[in-house]
Design a binder for this molecule. Structure first.
Ligand SMILES: [Zn+2]
Length: 356
């Protein structure tokens, strides 16, 4: 069987699994919903700050909607090493699944994490020199507007680096377009998290893009086995280790928010479990913050049937109980320090672990 045929069959298998699990077909790209989310940006709130915060989160909520694109998902299925991912996942599910309470999909993502970091995506501090091929002599010089060509692939700005060996300037556009990311296969946490979350979605899982106000992003996948959202960070090859940031890196955070195709959720408590790791939440009063997220979720779910909405609401309530159960001052296990990023870059961010 060819890789393409195999991929098609798996896509069909997952479409079926998705339908069975969620009781609804894989959604097509929903133009009407994208429009609604964008229009909401122009809705006015009680004040200017409320409107700006609302616009920011509505903007972020478009990211998982962009995953619902059959053409892009087909591209992903051509790239993913499905044979390898599945054979390892099936073996582990059989041998360890019962004992560790993980399902086939969970092992699939664990294996995807390994492949993504070790074989697929590259971390970039400075890009290699395109002229002399040297790697160690290139340094950041400035950030500037992306060219029209770079903007075609949704670049949010372009870094210019320079090689001290031959003086060549090297451009590093910060692309957001998924097809471009599947081509460049490089970046920092933004590119990593987006591409990885999209691959999880292409494999049929429900996926969240996780945004943190203190400049890091990662992802979550929904475990059908555990009926819970599971932390995943492709930069760190991390599975279900939500305290690596606060405990491992000594990172303090204010807001952590998850964006999925089904809604927007404040998941700060999953990642910040001690009072002294929590930074003040100063964007808007928490009640208004809740209103903003609920309004986006309600727009996303507008076209679902009453029973689908009911099911998601039950799921929200279960997660609410889970998040509330985390004792803010529970003793934590020691976690590994940050793996991605150069030592200097990590230190500059104050994330080298509590010894720095
Ligand atoms: Zn050079």
């Amino acid at each position: 069987m060819s890789q393409a045929t195999f991929a098609k069959e798996l896509t069909a298998k997952f479409a079926q699994l998705w339908t069975e699990k969620t009781k609804r077909p894989l959604p097509p790209v929903n133009q009407a919903m994208m429009q609604r989310l964008r229009q909401g940006q122009r809705q006015s709130g009680p004040n200017e700050v409320f409107s700006r915060v609302s616009a920011l989160f509505r903007d972020l909520s478009l990211i998982p909607q962009s995953f619902e694109n059959a053409e892009l998902q087909d591209m992903a299925m051509e790239i993913l090493p499905l044979d390898r991912l599945y054979s390892v996942a099936e073996e582990r599910a059989e041998e360890e699944g019962e004992r560790d309470n993980w399902g086939l999909q969970d092992y699939l993502i664990m294996e995807l994490l390994r492949w993504f970091k070790q074989d697929y995506f590259t971390w970039v501090n400075s890009p290699p020199c395109e002229t002399c091929g040297e790697n160690g002599n290139v340094q950041f010089v400035r950030r500037e507007n992306s060219t029209p060509e770079e903007q075609k692939y949704d670049a949010s700005g372009t870094e210019v680096h320079q090689c001290s060996n031959c003086n060549t300037e090297i451009r590093f556009p910060r692309y957001n377009d998924l097809s471009k990311l599947m081509e460049t296969r490089r970046g920092r946490c933004g590119e990593w998290a987006k591409c990885f979350a999209f691959f999880c979605r292409a494999l049929g899982l429900r996926t969240r893009y996780i945004w943190n106000a203190e400049d890091h992003v990662w992802s979550e996948v929904y475990s059908e086995r555990r009926k819970e959202w599971i932390h995943t960070d492709s930069c760190e090859e991390a599975w279900n280790s939500p305290t690596i940031y606060s405990q491992g890196w000594g990172k303090k955070m204010s807001y952590v928010v998850g964006f999925s195709g089904d809604g927007v959720t404040d998941v700060t408590r999953r990642y910040v479990r001690k009072a002294d790791q929590q930074l003040p939440r100063t964007m808007v009063p928490d009640e208004q913050f809740k209103t903003i997220l609920n309004s986006i979720t309600s727009d996303i779910r507008q076209n679902l049937s009453p029973s689908e909405k009911e099911e998601l609401k039950r799921e929200d309530e279960a997660e609410e109980r889970e998040l509330a159960s985390y004792n803010a001052d529970e003793p934590q296990e020691a976690q590994m320090p940050r793996q991605s990023g150069s030592v200097e870059w990590t230190k500059a961010r104050g994330e080298g672990g509590s010894d720095d």
